[in-house]
Design a protein. Structure first.
Length: 219
């Protein structure tokens, strides 16, 4: 049989339910609203932090454009210290490394690339830095160290051709011409149509007297 309640009975039932469950409701509301406001605060902090990192990065680039490396280094240090988990810190390190190379300060560039290899965010930054570090080490007459850096990459997705080419350059410097040629052909195979400098890879193969892929010799 369906039970019926008058207004008084319904009111008493509500009171009893609130007595039994009221504290849980209040706690739930506190947690919900606290989480909402906490999330808003976190979002605001994230936005402010991102804006500060962007500002430091832009100022650093302006100083690099004016060849003010020491001043630019101050901004990079702020990014490194206060925004190490931001992509701006990794991009800044790569920019600073290039500036150091242009200033014939390869040892300082190596340190910056090593920083990104170890700390770069997102992970793709680490791959970029690893390839550039290997090139610099090779230019500095350290082919074995350069090869070790390349081999340390656990994922080169999107950079397969570049890594293969650098590996070929290293093997050529070590006198391993057959392996170098194989690496250059691998670099060619990994290039998408219309992407990269295919002509450069073909020239490297020709300089080794190596066989050129048929599709390349016809182009």
């Amino acid at each position: 049989m369906v039970e019926t309640y008058n207004a008084h009975d319904q009111g008493e039932a509500v009171k009893k339910w609130l007595q039994d469950n009221g504290s849980a409701i209040v706690m739930g509301l506190v947690i919900a609203f606290g989480g909402l406001f906490g999330f808003k605060q976190w979002q605001n902090w994230q936005d402010t932090n991102r804006q500060q990192a962007s500002y430091e990065f832009e100022v650093m680039n302006q100083q690099l454009a004016q060849n003010q490396l020491d001043a630019a280094m101050d901004n990079f240090q702020i990014l490194k210290d206060d925004h190490s988990k931001s992509p701006y810190a990794s991009m800044a390190a790569l920019q600073m490394a290039r500036a150091r190379l242009e200033a014939n300060q390869a040892d300082l560039a190596i340190g910056l690339y090593e920083y990104v290899v170890e700390n770069g965010y997102p992970k793709a930054m680490q791959v970029v830095a690893r390839e550039r570090l290997a090139r610099v080490l090779l230019d500095q007459g350290q082919p074995a160290e350069a090869l070790t850096v390349l081999q340390g990459a656990d994922d080169t997705t999107g950079f397969e051709s570049r890594f293969a080419e650098v590996r070929g350059d290293i093997q050529f410097a070590q006198g391993r011409t057959d392996e170098a040629a194989a690496a250059y052909r691998e670099a060619l195979d990994a290039l998408e149509a219309g992407a990269g400098d295919r002509a450069r890879l073909v020239m490297k193969l020709e300089s080794l007297g190596a066989e050129i892929p048929a599709e390349e010799s016809q182009s």
